[in-house]
Design a protein around this ligand. Structure first.
Ligand SMILES: [Zn+2]
Length: 307
């Protein structure tokens, strides 16, 4: 495999080359670590190599697929590396972006991608989907992908990009190969710490809902005062915890990253109250997307969740 001057450590280069050259590249790979831009460039290079129909080292840069992938930059090494900064223009390579006004991306984005993935490639032997922000994929969205990750059509390659594999469900990780680009670049690290902060905040909210004192909920909501994005992420996670609490009562697979908090809720509250809570959280979630007045939202959250 030709890395076109992309700077990577030799062990990851060897691992990727071996997988690509032997034709045994995994159908789904997580690329973690490094910077957002490094992950994306590598995924695009691997995508171009996947659809390349040249005989020798890939990407060959001269076959009809490579000409499409690299459009204006074909044939020359440096402009090609530059071309990796932009979307590749091959009909069998797609980058799946989250909806612009959302901090996470959910099942609404993922479902059509999965449906599309069952349709054979347009012209290449393989069809590639890159998820540049897999780290902010909701648990429901990840869950929706389990079946296709478990039994993918033979022509599929998924690249899931994230700062850390810890942002993905273990059920997803058990079905993919992971490539680590090394230490996360500091300039992007606050971006991905947020989902983890939201998971912690949601677990605390869940416990505060059934705490003996009203005051506990007020304390846990203080972190949202100046952070609308954290509030939105935390509500999404809280919705999952409440859903899990209902699952605890009826049986099934838990999806949230705080099963203990879900069990506490399940023990403390009857089903009708949990359903009512889920509805309230969903309404608050809608309100967060429409308003930036966090003080108002937080007081609404405190009064509705403790009812
Ligand atoms: Zn080629």
């Amino acid at each position: 495999m030709d890395f076109l001057g992309l700077e990577l450590n030799s062990s990851i280069k060897n691992g990727l080359s071996e997988a690509m050259d032997s034709g045994r590249f995994p159908h789904a790979a997580v690329i973690e670590g490094g910077s957002h831009s490094d992950r994306l460039k590598l995924a695009r290079l691997l995508a171009a190599s996947s659809v390349c129909n040249g005989k020798g080292e890939k990407p060959c840069l001269v076959c009809s697929s490579c000409l499409k992938s690299f459009a204006a930059a074909a044939g020359k090494k440096k402009p090609v590396l530059k071309a990796l900064e932009d979307n590749l223009r091959h009909p069998d390579i797609a980058e799946v972006e989250k909806e612009k006004d959302r901090v996470q991306f959910g099942v609404r984005v993922v479902r059509p991608v999965i449906e599309n993935a069952y349709i054979v490639p347009n012209e290449a032997d393989l069809k590639v989907y890159i998820f540049p922000d897999a780290g902010v994929m909701t648990a429901q969205a990840q869950n929706a992908m389990l079946k296709i990750l478990e039994e993918p059509p033979g022509y599929i390659r998924f690249f899931l990009l994230c700062e850390s594999r810890n942002s993905l469900l273990t059920t997803v990780l058990s079905r993919v190969a992971c490539f680590n680009l090394g230490a996360v670049q500091p300039e992007t690290s606050s971006r991905s710490k947020k989902p983890e902060l939201a998971r912690q905040a949601a677990a605390k909210l869940a416990r505060a809902i059934t705490a003996p004192r009203d005051y506990d909920l007020l304390i846990e909501t203080a972190v949202f005062e100046k952070d609308n994005q954290l509030l939105e992420l935390s509500l999404a996670e809280l919705e999952l915890i409440i859903r899990d609490a209902l699952v605890v009562k009826s049986g099934g697979e838990l999806l949230s990253s705080s099963p203990d908090a879900a069990k506490v809720l399940a023990k403390a509250l009857p089903v009708p109250r949990l359903l009512n809570l889920a509805e309230e959280v969903r309404k608050l979630d809608d309100a967060v997307k429409r308003s930036c007045n966090n003080t108002l939202l937080i007081s609404r959250l405190c009064s509705r969740l403790r009812a």
